[in-house]
Every structure is written in C-alpha cells, then in structure tokens.
Ligand binder design. Structure first.
Ligand code: NAD
Ligand code: AHE
Ligand code: ZN
Ligand code: ZN
Length: 370
C-alpha cells in the first residue's frame, strides 16, 4: 500500500514528504495506522548525524499513537481496530532480559532494530524499489508503519491518541526515570538539568514521588513557567553564574547537594555537573540524555568513592506491554499531565517546522496529526 511519510534521505538535511510503498505485515508483524506522533529530541539527534546507529534513508519517529489496521500470521495479542502505542523498547516476555526482573531492555530484536530492519532482516518500506529503513522499530513519521507484535502496547481506546502518543517516549521516560530508576523517596531534593519534554516529565515524576524541593536547570529561562506550573520550586540559569560551576551553585543552594539529579539534555559536561551536584555519601544521578558518537563522560573517581552513584535510564525503566497501559489509565484519571506539554500541533507536511521550533527552544512538544 501507499503511505504518506517524512523521509530522512541523509543526515543533516530536512525531512522530505513522500509517498512510500509499505509492504503488508509478515508473520508476527502488525500494520498500524499512526494517528499522531510527537517529535522527540532523539529524532533530531539521529537526523543530525550524531547517532552512531543512524542509518539513512530512513523514516524516523518513535512517539506515536495508532490503530491496528492488519495483522500478520501468528499474531494473537492485537487485532484490527485496537488502539496501540508503538514501543521502541519491546517486551517479548521470554528473553533473558525480560525474565531477569531487573531491566526493561528486552533484547529479542535489538540487533535488527538497531540496523533499521524488521526482525527477519528486511524492511517493509520502499520508494520506487529503493529500500527505506525503519527507525527504533517504530517509524511513526509514516501514516502506515509495520511493527513486530512485541513492539505494541494495547491501550484503552477511550484515550485520545493525539495526546497519549507522548507516552510512547518523553513523558513515560521522565516519570519512569524518577519512579522506577532512581526511586526518589518522599522529602528528597531533586535537580533536573534540561527542561524539555523529558526534564519536565522528570519534574512531574518528582512531584508524584513527593520530593520536597525540585531545582530546574536550563539556559532558556522561558522554560521556567512550565516547570513551575508542574511543581518545580527553584530555577537556575547557568548563564547567571559565569564564574561558578553550576554544580557548586546547586551544592551551595542545597546544604551540600541534592539527593537525586537527572540529566535530560545529552551534554556530557552537564552529565558531570549533574553527578557532582549530588550530596556526598548518598546522592544519585541518573543520565537520560543521549550523547553523540564518540562522546564520553568523566569525573574524578573520588566522586563515586565518596558515595555518589551514577546510573542511566532508557524509557524510564518501563516495560511497555505490561506497564504502559497503566500509564494511559493514569492519564485518563488526571494523574499524569500530557495536554500541557503539547505546545504545537501540526500536519505532517510541516514536520520540519517542529524540528526548527525544538532547536529554537520555542516548544515543549510538537505533535504531528495525520
Ligand atoms: P528538548 O530539546 O526538548 O529539551 C532539552 C532542554 O535542554 C532545552 O530546554 C534546552 O534549553 C536545555 N539545554 C540545552 N543545553 C543546556 C545546557 N548546557 N544547560 C542547561 N540546559 C540546557 O529535548 P528532550 O526531547 O526533552 O530530550 C532531552 C534528552 O533526552 C535528549 O538527549 C534526548 O535524546 C534524550 N532522551 C532520552 C531518552 C531515554 O530513554 N534515555 C528518552 C527520550 C529522550
Ligand atoms: N543509538 C544511540 C542510542 C540512543 C539511545 O540511547 N536511545 C534510548 C532511547 S532515546 C528515546 O528518545 C534507548 O532506549 N536506549 C537503549 C537502546 O537499546 O538503544 C547510540 O548511542 O547508539
Ligand atoms: Zn524519544
Ligand atoms: Zn524480551
């Protein structure tokens, strides 16, 4: 079938709106009509050429909501008409990782997914016979996309797909990093670096965890209003402290450092600051931001010897098939805020504007509606 899609032909170039050919679902696969998709900084990161796994031409997008159109042979857990959220972190329930009880990082299809291919090693997308690659196993910048059955969370059809699509990445990642990865305890102090869709969702998570103080760090002061509305207590702009490392500013503000910090930017220098603003003896820092090829983190080992902990989080530690439907229910009950995070809604043909607005710092999340 034909589908409208935004194709990334090469790194560093705008996306191009095309009619792509989409092959039907093979065994264990599902054809989904994407109703809406968010645009996450990770899409921009891969498009920029900084992603060591970035392969082109490809159809990006991983924050979608859609409806099952057709299922391939052997698919039993979803049927046409079901509402679904695509999962870039699948959940097979069978692999060593799924059974470990220690991680959400199902590895069943990770190798082919990282190469932009379906589990059988081929792509379902092409234009005039030329193969177009998948991305993160989801490719939500195509109106019709094919996913493995294990990469779909079936959700309550009462949930508006143009809102809960953001649970496909940003909001779940931020909240989950607080609740599942760091396990922030009531009364804790929290520092959040970067007030995009991820950092603001960390703020939401910290409020849910009953943190006593939530310090937000961003070089763009226009982000403060939203952070404050979500429950942040302090705003720190590193540009106001040109002569003092930002970790020192936070240590001074918090009587020795915060209990928990989160890096939500993808900047390795900020990752160091986020670790070093943690309290001696117990402070824990979680890296969420994704850094470019070749970049590495560093700190004095003494920072860890003296009790600080450095960890990372992918998709908020959330197991998509078993736990994401519960996040949708919490949105429907008003416990998770999504609508406030959507500052732009636009059609697919305007998708490059969503990337421009992100780079200009003028948007929290743009949602593309097909
Ligand atoms: P975004 O572009 O919406 O927000 C980034 C924010 O960081 C902006 O407000 C910007 O002003 C701020 N910022 C930039 N440089 C800064 C600096 N030096 N100091 C302070 N603030 C600074 O991005 P997003 O969509 O929220 O994504 C954030 C990061 O999280 C990206 O690296 C993305 O790839 C990553 N991410 C990771 C996961 C995961 O599962 N680990 C999931 C989603 C996104
Ligand atoms: N391809 C990059 C890694 C990118 C990365 O870390 N992705 C996150 C999700 S970001 C969503 O916005 C993730 O889930 N990582 C775990 C995984 O298995 O990719 C690189 O450096 O190669
Ligand atoms: Zn994302
Ligand atoms: Zn698995």
């Amino acid at each position: 079938m034909k589908s409208r899609a935004a194709v990334a032909w090469e790194a560093g170039k705008p996306l191009s709106i095309e009619q792509v050919d989409v092959e039907g679902p093979k065994a264990g696969e599902v054809l989904v009509r994407i109703v809406a998709t968010g645009v996450c900084h990770t899409d921009a990161y891969t498009l920029s050429g900084a992603d060591p796994e970035g392969a082109f031409p490809a159809i990006l997008g991983h924050e979608g909501g859609g409806i099952v159109e057709e299922v391939g042979p052997g698919v039993t857990s979803v049927k046409p008409g079901d509402h679904v959220i695509p999962l870039y972190t699948p959940e097979c329930g069978e692999c060593e990782y799924c059974r470990s009880g220690k991680t959400n990082l199902c590895q069943k299809i990770r190798i082919t997914q990282g190469k932009g291919l379906m589990p059988d090693g081929t792509s379902r997308f092409s234009i005039n016979g030329k193969t177009i690659l998948h991305y993160m196993g989801t490719s939500t910048f195509s109106e019709y996309t094919v996913l493995p059955e294990i990469s779909l969370a079936k959700i309550n059809p009462a949930a508006p797909l143009d809102k809960v699509c953001l649970l496909g990445c940003g909001i779940t990642t931020g909240i989950g990093a607080v609740l599942n990865t760091a396990k922030v305890t009531p009364g804790s102090t929290v520092a959040v670096f970067g007030m995009g869709g991820i950092g603001l969702s960390v703020v939401q998570g910290a409020v849910m965890a009953k943190a006593s103080r939530i310090l937000c760090v961003d070089i763009n002061p226009s982000k403060w209003e939203m952070a404050k509305a979500l429950g942040a207590t302090d705003f720190v702009n590193p540009k106001d402290y040109p002569d003092t490392p930002i970790q020192q500013v936070i240590v001074d503000m918090t009587n020795g450092g915060v209990d928990y910090s989160f890096e939500c930017i993808g900047n390795v220098n900020v990752m160091r600051s986020a670790l070093e603003c943690c309290h001696k003896g117990w402070g824990e820092s979680t890296i969420i931001g994704v850094a470019g090829a070749g970049q590495e983190i560093s700190t004095r080992p003494f920072q860890l010897v003296t009790g600080r902990v450095w960890r990372g989080s992918a998709f908020g530690g959330v197991k998509g098939r078993s736990q994401l439907p519960g996040y949708v229910e919490r949105y429907l009950k008003g416990e998770i805020k999504i609508d406030e995070m959507i500052t732009e809604v636009m059609p697919l043909q305007d998708i490059n504007r969503a990337f421009d607005l992100m780079h200009e710092g003028k948007v929290i999340r743009s949602v593309i509606k097909y």
